[in-house]
Design a protein around this ligand. Structure first.
Ligand SMILES: C[S@@+](CC[C@H](N)C(=O)[O-])C[C@H]1O[C@@H](n2cnc3c(N)ncnc32)[C@H](O)[C@@H]1O
Length: 270
């Protein structure tokens, strides 16, 4: 990828970054001192953060399996992919249908540096990675990697998992989601998790302040604000719920509602 040389000069190491804080809290190894400091401070402010992040990842697995196994989706666009964490999306869906094609997109150069781990496709399927900013959806939709990998005349599973809270302005977040949805054919699906402070506002206000103090954007949304992302879409059962309550399995047992600061839903694009 031609971008690599330029990006190697700016890994954004002068501040913490959401992808790397997330990697630290999930027990990964791709973070720097500033990310660890931000992660530790956030965990002190809200110890449930680790439970919440794991539950987020497990929702992604359940939603992806549902789309592949029960809705027959064979192409996915995952924006805000994050640092590779096994099982990655392609490992989940290609285990069900090896011919599945996946486009990953993220704007963190550290994720780009690890993108090879996202390329371990089955022979029958395909994966690719786009280094792009979600706030400019056209740069993702027009990318040759996307056009070569996905057939936009066939349904696509769009995943925006644990990333909309980095776009603080509601209208901007709604605009970018709508722009991607509008580019997908009828019968596509949208799956997302949306961060909220509806259940435990006090520590979450501290977490937001800490992210801001470390130079990272972060905003919580109410259920009504989260619901707006689904205007005009057909929500799958059980609708927009705390993510551990979305078609739960044994991985969700014993999770306290107050520990889960994320709504989740899967919706069909009519
Ligand atoms: C908390 S991680 C979530 C990773 C993965 N989706 C998951 O749920 O396990 C959020 C990811 O969104 C990415 N991200 C944040 N803002 C973005 C933007 N404007 N464009 C593209 N990616 C973005 C971050 O770099 C990070 O990798």
């Amino acid at each position: 990828m031609g971008d690599n040389e330029e990006i190697a000069l700016d890994l954004g190491l002068d501040r913490a970054h959401g992808a790397r804080i997330y990697d630290y809290i999930l027990g990964g190894k791709d973070y720097y001192d500033l990310d660890r400091a931000a992660g530790e401070e956030s965990l002190r402010a809200w110890p449930a953060l680790r439970v919440r992040m794991r539950a987020n990842r497990e929702f992604m697995h359940r939603a992806a399996r549902f789309l592949a196994a029960e809705r027959g989706i064979r192409q996915f666009l995952d924006i805000g992919t994050g640092i590779p964490t096994r099982p990655n999306l392609h490992e989940v869906v290609q285990a069900i249908a090896p011919e599945t094609r996946i486009v990953y997109a993220d704007n963190d150069p550290i994720v780009l540096a690890h993108a090879r781990a996202l390329m371990s496709s089955t022979q029958q399927g395909r994966t690719t990675y786009i280094n792009a900013d979600m706030r400019e959806p056209e740069s993702i939709l027009a990318a040759p990697q996307l056009r070569e990998t996905l057939d936009l005349d066939e349904p696509v599973g769009l995943l925006l998992i644990a990333m909309l809270h980095f776009i603080e302005d509601d209208q901007e977040a709604l605009r970018v989601v709508r722009q991607v949805i509008d580019a997908l054919p009828s019968g596509s699906y949208f799956a997302t998790t949306i961060a909220t402070d509806d259940f435990d506002p006090e520590p979450l206000a501290k977490v937001r302040d800490l992210y801001h103090a470390h130079g990272e954007t972060l905003e919580w949304r109410t259920k009504a604000q989260a619901q707006e992302f689904f205007t005009g879409l057909e929500l799958e059962e059980p609708g927009l719920v705390q993510m551990h309550k979305w078609r739960p399995d044994s991985s969700n047992e014993g999770i306290a509602d107050s520990d889960i600061a994320m709504y989740a839903a899967v919706a069909r694009i009519p």
